[in-house]
Design a protein around this ligand. Structure first.
Ligand code: IPD
Ligand code: CA
Length: 159
């Protein structure tokens, strides 16, 4: 590891210090904006933030809306995330699709990534595939129901 010295090296050191200060200020600003954004109408769990703008759609529309916004249809992977999503459902008094389905293989529920789900919060008697139900909605009580992908539901995205 070669030590640097001289005028050029001093300039670089100054520039690095300057960048470090700017980065610190930027992080503080982003943190404030994030908090204000969540305070307005979102929610958070761990690193994820969840947001709804009041729009509704079927499963495909919900998925597309979130991905166009640079996010993902809310996909609860643990109870903290599920509770954060549930609170938005309660706020809007409207069930929402989550990013989970068994479209590919009946009874095998997967995230949008194709990975098998590692957490679930099914309501009693669900999933029952009544008729054909390949998508999953989350109720105001936080429980899940497999449901036709063609209903209109609150769109909740994660970022
Ligand atoms: C049904 C019931 C049922 C559930 C189905 C729903 P619907 O509602 O809530 O418990 O398992 O997914 O479709 O169709 O009778 O209004
Ligand atoms: Ca069902």
């Amino acid at each position: 590891q070669g030590d640097c010295g001289g005028r050029e090296c001093d300039l670089l050191k100054t520039e690095i210090r300057d960048l470090q200060e700017q980065l610190k200020a930027l992080k503080a600003t982003v943190g404030k904006i994030q908090k204000a954004w969540i305070f307005m109408n979102g929610n958070s769990a761990g690193e994820k933030t969840f947001q709804a703008n009041g729009s509704e759609g079927d499963f495909e529309t919900s998925k597309a809306t979130c991905s166009q916004a640079g996010g993902l249809l809310a996909s609860p992977r643990n109870s903290a995330e599920n509770t954060a999503i549930q609170q938005i459902v309660v706020r809007h008094n409207k069930a929402a699709y989550v990013g989970i389905n068994d479209i590919e293989t009946e009874g095998s529920f997967k995230y949008l990534s194709g990975e098998a789900i590692g957490y679930s919060n099914w309501a009693g008697g669900e999933p029952n595939n009544l008729g054909t139900e390949d998508c999953v909605e989350i109720y105001p009580d936080g429980r899940w129901n497999d449901r036709s992908c063609n209903e209109k539901r609150l769109i909740i995205c994660e970022f």
